[in-house]
Every structure is written in structure tokens, then in C-alpha cells.
Design a protein around this ligand. Sequence first.
Ligand code: IMP
Length: 176
Amino acid sequence: MLVKDKSFNLFIPQSAIQARIAELSKQIAQDYADKNPLFITILNGAFIFAADLIRQIDIVSEITFVKFTSYESMQSTGKVDQILGFDDDVFQRHVVLIEDIVDTGLTISEIIQELKRFRPASLEVVSLLTKPSAFQKDVHVRYVGFEIENKFVVGYGLDYDGYGRNLQDIYIVDEH
Ligand code: IMP
């Protein structure tokens, strides 16, 4: 599979993604029953994951979206510039951040730091993918879909330079 100028191989098929989402949503629904959680989806990458996840969490909840940037092409810049702010009230809410992938952890750490200023009752992260060997920060991701190796992936919302988000499966870069 060619995305722009790079070759990618099938890595996580959609059936495996959906099976894992069913498990995660069940766990989250149990943990947040009667907590009226506020799900904050981090755009752009997490939009497909969030849509699938949230529809299976059958408890009273709210969902909103924020957009930050820190990635240029295939490398994390480590800087987070908020583009679209949120105006929802986070104070004393049980907040769950929905992320597509935690790579270096710099993005999620900054977002957590920013959100903590608004004093939520609790703050946890659900990420479809994590790359533990790339972590540069001590980040705690409460709900992890799949831990993967430190290689670039596309599909299911994740992009390479804007491309590949619409792929149903997740593909990993072919370095040969
Ligand atoms: P971090 O700050 O290094 O943890 O990067 C987080 C963001 O970088 C994610 O939300 C993604 O948008 C993007 N990213 C990190 N790794 C990948 C990848 O392998 N493929 C596509 N996007 C990625």
C-alpha cells in the first residue's frame, strides 16, 4: 500500500480494532457509570476512533472536541499549539481524553497540564495506540487499545501528511 511516497504494510485489521474497542468501551462504561463523564476528543486523528468508541459506551455522557498540533509529517515537534479551544466547563467534571496515538507523550502531557488548570474531578486518557518505547514523558494512559513498536502507522484516522486517514485498517511503514 502506497501512501504519498511511502510504502505501508497491513498491521492491525479492522476486525481486531473493533474487537478491542468493544472491550475498551465496556470497561469505560463500567468505570464511569453514574459519573456523567465529559469525553474530549483530540482532533484530527482521534475522530474515527472516538466515533466508534463513544457509540458503544451506553451511559449518560457528553462529548466535545479540541484541536492541537505538534506533528510535522513524520516527526513530533514536541510543541503544542492550541488551534481550536474548548469552551466547555471542565470544573469538577470526570474528563476522559480520547487520543489516537501517544508517541513521545509530549502532546498528551501538555494537554493534561492545560486541562488540570480547570480543576476537573478526574482526568484520564484513552488512546487507541501507544508507542511505549518512544515515550519521553512519564505519561499514564489508563485505557490502551494496542501497544505498538516505535514505527510510523497510518489508517483509521491516523495520517501521513494528511493522507491515509480514511483507511479502514491500520498500516505500518515498510522501512525496506
Ligand atoms: P506525541 O506528542 O509524540 O505523543 O504525538 C502525538 C500525535 O502525533 C498523535 O496524536 C498523532 O496525531 C501524531 N502521531 C504520532 N505517531 C504517529 C504515527 O505513527 N502515525 C500518525 N500520526 C502519529
